[in-house]
Design a protein around this ligand. Structure first.
Ligand code: RFL
Ligand code: PHB
Length: 393
């Protein structure tokens, strides 16, 4: 096949996984090209995650893309879990000696795109019909359309960083992957509001009307979520209804929730998904392309970063030392963290949501777990350890 240009690693997707991978490869002196279907403006304004584990921030800072994160991100030493108006603080500093940083995913994306382009990297935006081919040989080719032209990128390795609905996982022949999946009978309605946060640290609340979360982005910008039916229409949620639901679910004695103009809102369904292995020939899947967690543990972006940290090191061993062991163990090493995080995200989700169809016995068990958080240092220790995240290996 006569490809019209080539690189060492063809990366599909310019989300956190693809962009951190391109950045780490550049530091290793490995050439990569990123192909992204959306525009730069679109990926830079897509409001999603907000919580970075210490391992993720350390990696961004140590590799030279953490200046704005350090200046504008907010370091948090704890979070609050609230059950029917009773608030319990999980003290990360005391329990783990570690912290998290609240910094919007789209800010991470902006910083990485700016660094990549400033360093002479290639990111092609608004690419259509990307199709990785010849993946079991030593010269895969990614076909795509860009600026009205059909193009072909030859590479040694394809990194599928194209999210849950991307193309890369779907080109793997049937029978290769084992897929594990759970859908939830609820979703999150998320808002961004121009009002000073009413809390210094995140509040995750269980309420008989459903889950609610108060998060933030800056001293002037609040991010909040409420549990809703995943098939509900955002049109059914005028701003007053959202605020009134948040007021009820987050209410706690002696505390007030300040309201303000809502500048962004949307409903996201929740699911858990893992495919095994995260590899097929010379195609390596990373981030949401290989696994999805419900957002209650704040883990998706962190898992994406953890995957590509492993992949970048494995690719450096392969390109610089012809040592393929890192690539061969990539999937199993990532999956160990993925399943730990799946367990934590499920625990947090089941602890905090009203589970439709729950029988009275199950609700009693949930209540017992919530009491255990309130009364047991061991339970709080376990939540803290998982929330701040395992060190990057
Ligand atoms: P992304 O971010 O989805 O990026 C994939 C990119 O690939 C592009 N793409 C393609 N490009 C070319 N050709 C194709 N055929 C393509 N198909 C797709 C897409 O346009 C996109 O740019 O995946 P990545 O990089 O793996 O990153 C994963 C994270 O985005 C995700 O896990 C997190 O946002 C999840 N998440 C959270 N994670 C956290 O760590 N902490 C949090 O606090 C947190 N909160 C959240 C979240 C996700 C949420 N939603 C909206 C699902 C809160 C919410 C509400
Ligand atoms: C967010 O700030 O968007 C956020 C925080 C914590 C979560 C999920 C999302 O668990």
């Amino acid at each position: 096949m006569a490809a019209d240009f080539e690189t060492q690693v063809g990366i599909v997707g310019a989300g956190p996984a693809g962009l951190v991978l391109a950045h780490l490869l550049r530091l290793e002196g490995i050439d990569a090209v990123v192909l992204e279907q959306r525009s730069r403006a679109y990926v830079e304004s897509r409001v999603r995650a907000g919580v970075l584990e210490q391992g993720s921030t350390d990696l961004l800072i140590e590799t030279g893309v953490g200046a704005r994160l350090q200046a504008e991100g907010a370091v948090h030493h704890g979070v609050n879990l609230q059950f029917e108006g009773e608030r319990h603080r999980i003290d990360f500093a005391e329990l783990t000696g570690r912290h998290i940083t609240v910094y919007g995913q789209q800010e991470v994306v902006k910083d990485l795109i700016a660094a990549e382009l400033a360093d002479g990297g290639t990111i092609l935006f608004e690419v259509a019909d990307a199709l990785p081919t010849a993946l079991t040989g030593d010269r895969p080719v990614i076909r795509f359309r860009h600026q009205g032209r059909d193009r072909e990128l030859a590479c040694a390795v394809v990194a599928g960083c194209d999210g849950f609905h991307g193309v890369c996982r779907s080109v793997i022949p049937p029978g290769v992957l084992t897929e594990y999946e759970r859908e939830y009978p609820f979703g999150w309605l998320g808002i961004l509001a121009t009002v000073a946060p009413s809390t210094e640290e995140l509040i995750y609340a269980y309420h008989p009307r459903g889950f609610a979360l108060h998060s933030l982005r800056s001293p002037e910008l609040s991010r909040l979520y409420v549990q809703v039916d995943p098939h509900d229409d955002i049109e059914n949620w005028p701003d007053e209804r959202i605020w009134s639901e948040l007021q009820l679910r987050l209410a706690a004695p002696g505390w007030t929730l300040q309201e303000g103009p809502i500048i962004e809102k949307g409903i996201t369904a929740m699911r858990s998904y893992v495919c095994e292995p995260m590899q097929y020939g010379n195609l390596f899947l990373a981030g949401d392309a290989a696994h999805i967690v419900p957002p209650t543990g704040a883990k998706g972006m962190n898992l994406a970063i953890a995957d590509v940290a492993v992949l970048a090191r494995a690719l450096a061993d392969w390109f610089h030392r012809s040592d393929r062991r890192g690539l061969e163990t990539y999937s199993s090493r990532c999956l160990e963290r993925v399943w730990r995080v799946q367990d934590f995200s499920t625990t947090m989700t089941e602890l905090l949501h009203v589970l439709p169809g729950h029988d009275p016995f199950a609700r009693k068990l949930q209540r017992a777990k919530q009491r255990y958080v309130a009364t047991s240092g061991a339970m709080r220790q376990s939540i803290a350890e998982n929330y701040v995240g395992l060190p990057l290996s």
